[in-house]
Design a protein around this ligand. Structure first.
Ligand code: ZN
Length: 95
């Protein structure tokens, strides 16, 4: 069976990332906009999808982030502020 959700993301050497426990990975929550074309299916008395257009998934400083190990919760901006060596977008306030 093919897992359509798996991707071959690059795997750099893990570094401490969580501001609380130092775990090396943080989960970011974002959303994807999907446009469905539908028709009315009279045989099922319901809508039927005939096409879909999936948008890009992006995140910015305001997206929620959390640590799966210690439960730390914050935003991508909180992570950037905790790691001053990260590349940062131009509109991010720097301390
Ligand atoms: Zn943590």
């Amino acid at each position: 069976m093919i897992d359509v959700n798996s991707h071959d993301f690059p795997k750099p050497r893990p570094q401490p990332l969580c501001p609380n426990c130092g775990h090396s990975s943080i989960r970011i929550t974002t959303s994807v906009l999907i446009h469905y074309d539908i028709i009315f299916d009279a045989s099922n008395h319901d809508f039927a999808v005939i096409d879909e257009l999936v948008g890009d998934a992006m995140w910015d400083e305001t997206n929620d982030a959390w640590c799966p190990v210690c439960g730390w919760q914050g935003t991508v901006g909180d992570l950037r502020r905790a790691h001053k060596s990260l590349k940062s977008p131009g509109n991010t306030p720097q301390k």
